[in-house]
Design a protein. Sequence first.
Length: 276
Amino acid sequence: MKKEHGTLYWVIFYMVIAFVVVFFVFPVLYLFMTSFKSRLDIYVMPPKFIFVPTVEAWIEAFTKKPLFHFFLNSAVVASGTTIISLFFGTLAAYALARFKIKGSQDISFFILSIRMFPPIAAAIPIFLSMKGFALLDTRTGLIIAYTVFNLPFVVWMMREFIMAIPVEIEEAAMVDGLTRMQVFRIILLPLIKPSLVAVGIFCIIFSWSEFLFSFLLTQTEAKTMPVSISEFITWREVTWEQVSAAGTALILPVLIFSFFVQKYLVRGLSFGAVKE
């Protein structure tokens, strides 16, 4: 009986692994392979998995459009909005978690509702605001637009992480003579560091792959990678090899970054999950 249960367990385990590979790993792998195919190999049916690799698509993609400039735009915008959101969001979360503010629960719900708000519903107001302040087609305008949605997420998440830390730790530190800001900087920040990294990762991923506001608020100078990739698809043709090369260039930094920070991501998301 135990042997049958053990066999069933391994069957289910391998089925789950196969599902993950087919639906998550294979599309990324196929995109990477297509970026090194010639145009003739791409349109062969059935698809060829053994072929002579070529970097022609990469050369054409990066010479046809200034992808290095768009890549830099994505990096600057994603980094800027993440830093701003983490700085102000953590301070706001600390205030909501530790101070007795009238209507703090209503404020927290309002902040969360902003993050759950469909971005498309705020597209026109944000566009008109950026136009009024002459921030269209600028990195600053994109950073502000992304911060509008990243900031509520940071406040919501960090508030829960801070509330999971016993307030007695901070009270003991203040009894020893530390000020409130010293307690926040010396005591609290090291404790919530994994959570800050985890929340920052989500902010970076959202900003790095965001398409809607980059499409609406930019034209040439501040355009990001997702929008520039879509321009390889025209009414005349779709240059799949160049789309794959640019798509691989967009995905690869995120995969590498996620690989190196995965331990912080798991540690940060599990922080406060187990309580005494």
